[in-house]
Design a protein around this ligand. Structure first.
Ligand SMILES: O=C(O)c1cc(=O)[nH]c(=O)n1[C@@H]1O[C@H](COP(=O)(O)O)[C@@H](O)[C@H]1O
Length: 228
């Protein structure tokens, strides 16, 4: 699978977001829609962006009782999104219901393991007897065995997860940075590192959204992915 770029469209101004996408039409990118735009604009924004020809990654990180997640996944299938995040910490039964809900559709479910804004210290603070890496691997393995199509982890866990899970799945890595700035992320790495470690989809938000020339930033990251 060729490595893809998912642009996290975390842009406050909807018109600005849509005009950026007009500029990016034809680029081989996935558009990730998260809380910011989805809570404000709802399903309309998803349909608009889908109609522009982009694949949609709806990032709602579903985490609830199995039946509620089942209903959420059914709605995402009806909406026609391409990727949807669920939280692996929601449990095996929850993930099984999520997988059951998308049966027969093209939706790909992505299981979030340990957020890139968490550190090893936090994992120990909440009482885990596993290290962050071990826990991410355990959650990823559970998700893939349950039938989840892919997992979300930091570029630092992806290599081991890819090596130790003997099945095909999509590895998605946020926490990508071109420069030193980390914002609220704790585990960040360059696009080249993420690709070398085995990522299939790199998620990039602020390094694009905050750039003066956003289209140029997208092109630069695509080049880095291609040449990694
Ligand atoms: O599920 C995600 O996409 C996600 C998981 C994770 O562990 N860390 C993480 O940053 N994300 C998302 O990836 C994007 C990263 O944005 P930037 O830090 O601005 O590049 C945000 O939209 C986050 O919601």
């Amino acid at each position: 699978m060729t490595v893809k770029l998912a642009v996290a469209l975390d842009i406050e101004n909807t018109e600005e977001a849509l005009s950026l996408l007009k500029d990016l039409k034809g680029e081989e990118i996935i558009i990730k829609i998260g809380y910011l735009l989805f809570i404000k604009e709802g399903t309309d924004i998803v349909k608009k962006i889908k109609d522009m020809g982009f694949d949609i990654f709806l990032d709602l990180k579903l985490h609830d009782i199995p039946n509620t997640v089942y209903n959420g996944v059914r709605s995402a299938v009806e909406l026609g999104v391409d990727y949807l995040t669920v939280h692996t910490l929601g449990g095996i039964e929850m993930m099984e219901k999520a997988v059951e809900a998308k049966k027969g559709s093209n939706l790909k479910l992505l299981g979030v393991t340990i957020l890139t804004s968490h550190s090893e210290d936090y994992i120990q603070y909440i009482g885990s007897r596993y290290s962050l890496n071990q826990l991410a691997l355990k959650l990823a393995t559970t998700a893939v065995n349950t039938g989840i199509d892919g997992i979300v982890c930091s570029p630092f866990e992806v290599k081991e997860i890819k090596e130790k899970i003997d099945k095909d799945f999509i590895a998605v890595t946020p926490g990508i940075r071109l420069e030193q700035e980390t914002d609220d992320q704790k585990r960040v790495a360059t696009p080249e590192f993420a690709v070398k470690e085995g990522s299939d989809i790199l998620v990039v938000g602020r390094p694009i959204i905050k750039a003066k020339d956003k289209k140029k930033a997208v092109r630069e990251i695509l080049e880095k992915i291609k040449n990694a």
